[in-house]
Design a protein around this ligand. Structure first.
Ligand SMILES: NC(=O)c1ccc[n+]([C@@H]2O[C@H](COP(=O)([O-])OP(=O)(O)OC[C@H]3O[C@@H](n4cnc5c(N)ncnc54)[C@H](OP(=O)(O)O)[C@@H]3O)[C@@H](O)[C@H]2O)c1
Length: 265
């Protein structure tokens, strides 16, 4: 008997689960799509790069209807709405929507421009929120289903080189917490996925040493386990994220000193 009941309602067993992943062409989203397909789930894969989506899904999964390719730019509401309609029409509903897509760009205070900030906020905050707004009416009408949002531990507290990225992820964490409070009583699950450093095309651009770096496949494995366990926050790797959670509790004087020493910034 578990000490605490799961925060989220159970998802259907993977072979009965219909999932839509936005941001499935590379990195964490692609690895999660592959892991869900391997577990027997039906998966619709979205991102802008159609060729990469087809490669991730695999020809045989597409042919036998286990995988669907739904190329789109999730900053365009009409494309998101059309794809969402096709996924539900094809499968008679959807059990899990994972909003993984995002981008990163190092910005220091002295490099800040409105245009760069807008571009980052559009992908990391506005588009995820708009996508969730687009899927919610159908999920509420179903009275079940779940939404998973990939944010980042960079949203826990301010970190150097993450001037706008961290702000976008902090806002997304807050948004997802509030989403949970609103939707759980209506039978809809909400998952907040906060990765530490994962080796993907996004982090391949980082010139600094990334502590506790894990593979996208490891990230996908922990994500699937967290979804199955009905956790609200799925964070990994714990050896890194647990430290950051402790740092969250420190007063600013101690927090700033530790971050400066650890990063050299
Ligand atoms: N890697 C890490 O260490 C790490 C840590 C914390 C959080 N995260 C978060 O995890 C998520 C996935 O990152 P990742 O590391 O796996 O990066 P990634 O390999 O660069 O993947 C980003 C995904 O987002 C898609 N995407 C970007 N812009 C899009 C748009 N306008 N419309 C539709 N899809 C779009 C990309 O596909 P297309 O380019 O084909 O559109 C790709 O599938 C991001 O939200 C990131 O902030 C990553």
């Amino acid at each position: 008997m578990p000490l605490f009941t799961p925060l989220n309602p159970p998802l259907p067993p993977w072979p009965a689960c219909r999932a839509w992943i936005i941001g499935a062409s590379t990195g964490i989203g692609a690895a999660t799509a592959r892991a869900l397909l391997a577990a027997g789930a039906r998966v619709a894969l979205s991102a802008r790069s159609e060729d990469k989506l087809a490669e991730v899904a695999g020809e045989s999964a597409i042919t036998r209807g286990q995988a669907r390719i739904e190329p789109l730019d999730f900053t365009r509401g009409t494309e998101v709405a059309a794809a969402w309609g096709r996924v539900r029409a094809a499968w008679g509903g959807c059990d899990l929507v994972l909003v993984v897509a995002g981008t990163h760009r190092e910005i220091r205070a002295w490099e800040l421009t409105e245009a760069d900030a807008d571009a980052l906020l559009e992908i990391n905050l506005n588009a995820p929120i708009a996508t969730i707004a687009a899927v919610l009416p159908a999920l509420l009408a179903q009275g079940r289903g779940a939404i998973g949002v990939v944010s980042s531990v960079a949203g826990y507290r301010g970190l150097p080189k993450a001037l706008v990225y961290g702000a976008s992820k902090a806002a997304l964490i807050n948004f997802t917490e509030t989403l949970y409070l609103d939707l759980r009583p209506k039978g809809i699950g909400v998952y907040l996925i906060n990765p530490g450093f994962v080796k993907t095309p996004l982090t391949d651009k980082n010139a600094f040493r990334m502590p506790a770096l894990i593979t996208a496949e490891e990230a996908a494995g922990v994500t699937l386990a967290g979804l199955r366990a009905g956790r609200f926050e799925i964070h990994f790797p714990r050896r890194f994220t647990s430290t950051l959670k402790l740092l969250r509790l420190l007063p600013y004087r101690a927090y700033f000193a530790i971050v400066r020493r650890a990063t050299g910034c």
